[in-house]
Design a protein around this ligand. Structure first.
Ligand code: UDP
Length: 426
């Protein structure tokens, strides 16, 4: 069975103070001809990571617009998720090796998901590689099938892509976060470019009472009166948590009071998380001012919200990054971001305007130190960052783009396909 995920209702009108009346009017105009359309989103997990973060609002707002939207998750086991995590990593960069046993695990599980698929939809959006084989296995299932890739593919291992390519080619359209991610030999599906987004009304991003952010980080043993650098990320090698620790140690030489929080949830589809978590814990053993926290310590969405607000600088020192929701989350809260110059980070961090882009541990340390030394710069970048997210990275924009794509497919009108133009930035 593909497990349905319950989502709390949301009303589009509540987004008007953030997105503006014009943006909402456009969303309503695009939704009108789609009224009653049956939409299904399928992904691998209801908790942890960026996809699970954005589907509640997308699903609920589609329902609010009178589309019959559903969200379901596949039921994979540890062996399956070990294969798909290796595939995910291989799509972001070599090495990737597929043993006969791993291929068998992937194929058998995919067949089980296909056998469990039921219902009839007008549009089916399959997120990421875990459920990607569904379309190939269900070529006669009704509806327009779209593969939504959230991963950075620029440096993919050809062996990982070779596994995926025929599965992706079974779709009518594919959505990438950046045009540059679309493999040139992915011919077949129509190409749409849509960046992810954040929900300004979710517990992760909603405003907090004055003083609440400081009080929340104090509960985890941090001192809100001292400088704080935070990275919020799954424990994953591509997020470079050890690089963040190194950069922090260099910053501390100039700012002895500075604290570091590494906040990272364990996603149910990410078996690698515990290993990396253990590695990080070993690396920071005995460091009084480094705080490694996870959902297992009680850090949920409101606490992540608090850390992003209470921090002087948020770091996202990824080595690969499909988009990096944590960047928009921090910018939305007026906190400047020091981000790796990779993947989707540069469309959010406009270098020198909403944060600082970095290419190394040294760069990262210098950028953090520059921001810690200059409260005015932090404020200016925070204001610019909030505005950039408001214009380009709120859920209302992502909703608009999906509706436009649905219309493009049903009317056969390619001029409606979103092309991912975010204010002339890369
Ligand atoms: N996240 C969280 N708690 C954590 C770590 C991450 O809630 O301890 C959330 C984070 O706030 C963001 C999402 O998980 O909303 C991660 O999305 P992102 O696009 O940054 O990375 P992904 O995990 O999809 O690679």
């Amino acid at each position: 069975m593909l497990e349905p995920v319950a989502v709390a209702p949301r009303a589009l009108v509540d987004y008007e103070p953030h997105a503006g009346a014009d943006a909402l009017a456009e969303v309503r105009r695009l939704a009108e001809p789609l009224r009653g359309a049956r939409i299904l989103h399928v992904n691998a997990t209801a908790y942890g990571g960026g996809v699970a973060e954005l589907l509640p609002a997308m699903t609920a707002l589609m329902r609010n617009l009178r589309l019959e939207a559903e969200w379901r998750v596949i039921q994979g086991d540890d062996a399956f998720f070990a294969v798909t995590k290796a595939l995910h990593n291989g799509l972001q960069g070599p090495p990737f090796e597929l043993t006969a046993g791993a291929r068998e695990t992937f194929e058998r599980a995919s067949e089980r998901f296909a056998a469990a698929f039921e219902g009839s939809y007008d549009f089916v959006v399959i997120h990421d590689p875990q459920p990607v084989a569904l379309r190939r296995l269900l070529p006669d299932a009704a509806g327009r099938w779209i593969w939504r890739c959230h991963i950075e593919l620029t440096d993919r291992d050809p062996r990982a892509w070779a596994l995926l390519r025929p599965l992706v080619q079974a779709y009518e359209a594919a959505i990438y976060t950046l045009a540059a991610y679309a493999p040139p030999d992915a011919e077949g599906p129509l190409l749409a470019v849509i960046a992810p987004s954040i929900d300004p009304l979710s517990p992760k991003n909603a405003p907090l009472e004055p003083g609440a952010a400081g009080a929340a980080v104090r509960r985890f043993g941090l001192d809100p009166a001292r400088p704080l650098i935070t990275q919020v990320s799954r424990f994953d090698p591509w997020k470079d948590p050890l690089g963040v620790v190194d950069a922090y140690r260099r910053v501390r030489k100039r700012f002895p009071e500075v604290q570091l929080a590494l906040v990272g949830s364990m996603a149910s589809d990410d078996p690698e998380g515990q290993l990396i978590h253990a590695e990080v814990m070993r690396a920071v053993a005995g460091e009084r001012d480094v705080h490694v926290l996870s959902n297992l310590d009680g850090v949920g969405a409101p606490e992540v919200n608090a850390f992003q607000r209470a921090s002087d600088v948020v770091v996202q020192k990824s080595l690969r990054e499909g988009f990096g929701l944590t960047v928009s989350e921090a910018l939305w809260k007026g906190t400047p971001v020091v981000g790796g110059r990779v993947g989707g980070i540069p469309i959010q961090v406009v270098d020198g305007e909403t944060g600082i882009l970095v290419d190394s541990i040294d760069d990262c340390a210098d950028a953090c130190a520059r921001l810690l030394a200059d409260p005015d710069l932090r404020r200016r970048m925070g204001v610019a960052g909030h505005e950039r997210v408001r214009r380009h990275f709120l859920v209302t924009r992502e909703l608009r783009d999906h509706l436009a794509l649905f219309l493009a497919l049903s009317r056969g009108d390619p001029s409606l396909i979103p092309t991912g133009d975010y204010g002339g930035r890369p």
